[in-house]
Design a protein around this ligand. Structure first.
Ligand SMILES: *[C@@H]1O[C@H](CO)[C@@H](O)[C@H](O)[C@H]1NC(C)=O
Ligand SMILES: *[C@@H]1O[C@H](CO)[C@@H](O)[C@H](O)[C@H]1NC(C)=O
Ligand SMILES: *[C@@H]1O[C@H](CO)[C@@H](O)[C@H](O)[C@H]1NC(C)=O
Ligand SMILES: *[C@@H]1O[C@H](CO)[C@@H](O)[C@H](O)[C@H]1NC(C)=O
Ligand SMILES: *[C@@H]1O[C@H](CO)[C@@H](O)[C@H](O)[C@H]1NC(C)=O
Ligand SMILES: *[C@@H]1O[C@H](CO)[C@@H](O)[C@H](O)[C@H]1NC(C)=O
Ligand SMILES: *[C@@H]1O[C@H](CO)[C@@H](O)[C@H](O)[C@H]1NC(C)=O
Length: 674
């Protein structure tokens, strides 16, 4: 029994010590952490197991209060220091914004006559007042606000300020959050929502009626200079019995608001906090991790953008410069041009670089970037699947042809739907421009004769002087190009073959141009050297007469050039057929030779036509023209008007402009070796 009494007495004794400790001196307390602190909490305020006081979390429009549970006596003119208006307090807070610099609203150290804040509101009222009582002198409230939102309705200076509030959130004085660095001797700005602990000193001396406020990062000592020192007579504001504590609120923006430690004294300087004992500040989850995450996200985004742009550009360039190159083309490597180079050479196939548009495609002027060589690039649309191998083989062969009267084929390039053929650039363009249009000056006779001899020599090379027989298949003025020295050069050989692959094999059989087509070619579709000679005959007449082989717009008897020349010859005035633009300035023998040779070459019987070697001899004067009489040139033996016009009339729209073609299949431009 005695033991029991002793135990009860012991327990009572211990309890009384505890209660004595709590109530020992209500004018002064120090909380290095709030475990067991004599606090009244409301709203969403709570004390964490480690002693951390959390006033709000990031829930919107919430408030939280933590006040010393017992009222303190504030009274002026009191003899007792503990009942004066003076007070001193130190606390450490942390604000962790929801997102960096998106914080709200703030914390206020408060002296209030009541613990009941149920009618107060959050946001800019910081859980202290509401719209109807804000500013009333009956509030008897003093607060030092740490505000992270600029609320215009309470005249906030900025979104990171400290203010002294008397009965109103409209501060009587405020300042941006800065602190005086004792070591640096200057003010430094302080971010309230940095997520780092900040220490605050608030002192009021009744005699001086000065309210001093200072703050600094927890790592810094108390600054030698104050942030705010406000003259204020609290005896006109505070009541005798007051509660001290903290209020915090969130708005549409929110922060976690924490108090780590608090020291208060009504009778002298507040005791310093023991920084080492303070509960560890909340992890910087939002203040620090977010930016890191943001930086990573931004970096990743930037990289993705860069990669996308790079890859995109690469793909676009690939697409732009895309070409087809198959394995079997390797052997033609040297003749292969890259599309990129041709694209650059022709400035992207600009219309300004367009030299002309022939039957097979457009021709562009270009300058090869590597060699500065002027070239003509012919774009030929082509189905990449059909016969391309054979064609490229032929291109390669043709590329090996070298003659001063041939337009040199330098190489080719292949894309999906088109072929590009690269030729030597011929500065003077095609002969037909000189003969039939007024674009270029008329050529004199010696120039014309020179051109005829040159073209004949080029054709002779194709027929007889190269390792294989090469048929041109499309000799005509528009396919004869003039180089810088006005030498005639044959162009476009070999293209007939290409076109053949591309066109409908059922309906087209003959390649060539109406007016230059030998009758047997038109009939049987078989090209020979003889059919080339026939076309050359038409070409001779064309140059001598300055007229196209067939001109529908002329007088009826002049439609077929051959007929008309024969007509003149019959009249004994073959020279009448000569180009009037020459105005008679020609060597009569040469003119006669060319006209008669033109007729012989145009003979409807292939065997009567001379070979190109003979043609060369006649033109060079190394052989005399067989005595062609009117009898042997009797109508019916030369191509007849009927045959020609039958043929012409089936292509009326394309003839006359000189560009009409009918396309026929021909075996190959290379008709085997000799
Ligand atoms: C904030 O605290 C309240 C009360 O403790 C709780 O209901 C709410 O879910 C918390 N909000 C967040 C965002 O943690
Ligand atoms: C956040 O605010 C502080 C002070 O207001 C400023 O110094 C800092 O640059 C801001 N940070 C960002 C990311 O806006
Ligand atoms: C504001 O608060 C006061 C006192 O706490 C109360 O009397 C009043 O009704 C409140 N006003 C509103 C609009 O809530
Ligand atoms: C407040 O600051 C002023 C000026 O620095 C100083 O004279 C005064 O003693 C301070 N009062 C308290 C209570 O710290
Ligand atoms: C630092 O700021 C305080 C308060 O704004 C001001 O009174 C003081 O003069 C400033 N000190 C310096 C060195 O700028
Ligand atoms: C403060 O106000 C009270 C009451 O109005 C007055 O008695 C007192 O003298 C004032 N103190 C100072 C320092 O002006
Ligand atoms: C208030 O200021 C006066 C005069 O400067 C001084 O004598 C007194 O000790 C101060 N009181 C407190 C509590 O600091």
């Amino acid at each position: 029994m005695a033991d029991a009494v002793r135990l009860i007495l012991l327990i009572y004794f211990h309890l009384s010590i505890i209660s004595f400790n709590l109530a020992q001196d209500v004018d002064q307390f120090v909380y290095n952490g709030f475990l067991g602190a004599n606090l009244h909490l409301d709203g969403i305020a709570e004390i964490h197991p480690n002693g951390l006081l959390q006033l709000t979390n990031t829930s919107k429009q919430k408030m939280g209060h933590a006040f010393y549970r017992l009222p303190l006596k504030f009274s002026s003119n009191s003899a007792s220091s503990s009942e004066s208006m003076s007070f001193s307090t130190i606390f450490v807070f942390v604000m962790v914004p929801e997102m960096q610099n998106l914080s709200g609203h703030g914390i206020a150290f408060t002296i209030s006559p009541s613990l009941d804040f149920s009618l107060a509101v959050a946001s800019q009222y910081l859980g202290l007042l509401n719209t109807s009582n804000d500013g009333l002198s009956t509030n008897h409230i003093l607060a030092v606000e740490l505000d992270t939102i600029r609320s215009p309705d309470v005249q906030d200076a900025n979104e990171n300020h400290v203010g002294i509030d008397v009965n109103s959130l409209n501060s009587i004085e405020s300042a941006s959050a800065t602190y005086f660095s004792n070591t640096e001797g200057k003010n430094r700005s302080l971010n309230l929502v940095s997520g780092d602990p900040i220490q605050v000193w608030i002192d009021y001396n009744e005699t001086e009626t000065l309210l001093n406020v200072t703050l600094a990062p927890i790592s810094s000592p108390k600054p030698n200079q104050l942030l705010l020192s406000t003259s204020i007579n609290l005896s006109e504001i505070l009541l005798e019995s007051m509660y001290v504590g903290f209020s915090a609120a969130t708005g549409t923006l929110a922060s976690d608001h924490y108090i780590l430690g608090w020291s208060f004294n009504k009778a002298g300087r507040a005791q310093s906090l023991d920084i080492s004992k303070l509960p560890s500040p909340p992890p910087h989850r939002k203040a620090e991790k977010e930016p890191k995450v943001m930086i990573v996200v931004i970096l990743v985004a930037v990289m993705v953008v860069i990669v996308t742009i790079t890859v995109g550009t690469y793909i676009i360039r690939r697409k732009k410069y895309e070409e087809i190159c198959d394995d079997w083309e390797r052997e033609y490597g040297p003749q292969r041009f890259s599309y990129k180079n041709l694209y650059k050479a022709t400035k992207g196939f600009k219309d300004r670089e367009l030299l002309g548009a022939g039957g097979f495609g457009k021709v562009y002027r270009g300058v090869l970037p590597s060699s500065n060589l002027q070239v003509a690039v012919k774009k030929v649309s082509h189905d990449s699947k059909q016969g391309i191998k054979e064609f490229v083989a032929e291109i390669a062969s043709v590329g090996r042809l070298r003659h001063r009267n041939l337009v040199q084929l330098l190489g080719y390039c292949r894309r999906r739907e088109e072929l590009l053929l690269v030729y030597d650039y011929m500065p003077n363009g095609s002969l037909d421009k000189f003969l039939f249009t007024n674009e270029k000056p008329a050529l004199n006779w010696s120039q014309r004769f020179q051109i005829l001899k040159g073209v004949a020599s080029g054709l002779l090379y194709l027929h007889e002087e190269w390792e294989q027989v090469v048929l041109h298949r499309d000799i005509k003025a528009s396919n004869v190009l003039l180089d810088g020295g006005l030498n005639g050069r044959l162009g476009d050989f070999g293209l007939a073959r290409l076109y053949n692959h591309d066109s409908n094999p059922q309906t087209t059989h003959v390649v060539g141009t109406v007016g230059y087509l030998a009758p047997e070619l038109a009939r049987f579709g078989k090209a020979t050297t003889s059919t080339d000679v026939f076309a050359f005959g038409a070409f001779l007449l064309e140059v001598a007469c300055g007229r196209r082989p067939i001109e529908l717009l002329g007088l009826p008897e002049e439609v077929i050039l051959v007929d008309w020349v024969i007509e003149c010859w019959k009249r004994g005035a073959i020279l009448d057929a000569s180009d009037p633009r020459l105005e008679g300035n020609y060597v009569i023998e040469e003119m006669e030779l060319v006209l008669k040779l033109g007729l012989i070459c145009s003979h409807s019987v292939p065997t009567v036509r001379p070979s190109m070697r003979q043609v060369m001899q006649y033109l060079n004067g190394d052989a005399t023209l067989p005595d062609v009489t009117l009898e042997s040139a009797a109508i019916g033996t030369f191509i007849t008007c009927n045959e020609a016009s039958d043929f012409v009339m089936s292509f009326p729209s394309s003839v006359g402009k000189g560009s009409g073609r009918s396309f026929c299949s021909i075996d190959s431009i290379l008709t085997g070796g000799r």
